[in-house]
Write a protein that binds this ligand. Structure first.
Ligand code: SAM
Length: 229
């Protein structure tokens, strides 16, 4: 585990505040203690869940409905969601608490800093990044979460055969993801070179995806598996 102070990164998000709904307040009051992972915790299945089930990590789950649905549908896997948006954190505490999930944990903060510091190598079976902010303006491209540097960070945390699964409704970002990931070391495009993947059955539609579909956008999934060293 690398416990050195993380380098100062360009943030991939903007913190937005909005008032909490009553269920979100209940989420914080009733269930945060059960689902929240304390800062400094080692991010692997034995530490978080006391078992060796494969660990799925989702960066930026938004309001969390699709992550809760995936955790319910796959009790044989563990799920760790990382988010900075307080209403989303409070909402997922509520939804996970009401459904009494025991294979989901939540961490608040910048996923890139947290993973780089607290996730051991070879600890993650699947890293999910669904509908990340596309940062469409050229001067903001440096804020995009999919970059050569972050592909290398994620590669170092994935198990061999583990998958980095991205999805977006923004075509230029889909092409950017494909270009970055096709040249990143140590990955194999599971759809074949230069191809996008169909949406796997395990991925429900997300909130942002539904908004994109309503706006007439296409959807692009990319699955890249870590190859043996
Ligand atoms: C466009 S929203 C998509 C939400 C959700 N995945 C969906 O499809 O509905 C992107 C989310 O990623 C979160 N995010 C962006 N960068 C992040 C980071 N470095 N660490 C944690 N969360 C991040 C934002 O707060 C935001 O909620």
């Amino acid at each position: 585990m690398n416990l050195e102070q993380p380098l100062r990164r360009i943030q991939t998000f903007v913190r937005r505040s909005s008032p909490l709904t009553s269920s979100q307040r209940q989420g914080l009051d009733l269930y945060a203690g059960r689902f929240r992972t304390l800062p400094g915790t080692r991010l692997d299945s034995p530490t978080l869940f006391n078992n060796h089930n494969p660990l799925t990590v989702e960066i930026g789950f938004g309001m969390g409905q699709s992550l809760v649905a995936m955790a319910r549908a796959a009790p044989e896997r563990n799920f760790l969601g990382i988010e900075v948006h307080e209403p989303g954190l409070a909402q997922i505490f509520f939804d996970a608490g009401e459904r009494q999930l025991d294979n989901l944990k939540i961490l608040e903060g910048d996923a890139l800093d947290l993973l780089s510091t607290y996730a051991p190598q070879n600890s993650i079976d699947r890293l999910q990044l669904y509908f990340p902010d596309p940062w469409p303006k050229k001067r903001h491209h440096k804020r995009r979460l999919v970059s050569t540097e972050n592909a290398a960070l994620i590669h170092s945390k994935l198990c061999v055969g583990g998958v980095f699964h991205m999805a977006t409704d923004w075509e230029p970002y889909a092409q950017w993801m494909l270009d970055v990931m096709s040249t990143a070391a140590g990955y194999r495009n599971m759809a074949g070179e230069g191809q996008f993947h169909s949406r796997p059955d395990y991925r429900p539609l997300t909130k942002f995806e539904q908004r994109g579909l309503r706006d007439g956008h296409g959807i692009w999934d990319l699955l890249f598996a870590r190859t043996p060293d």
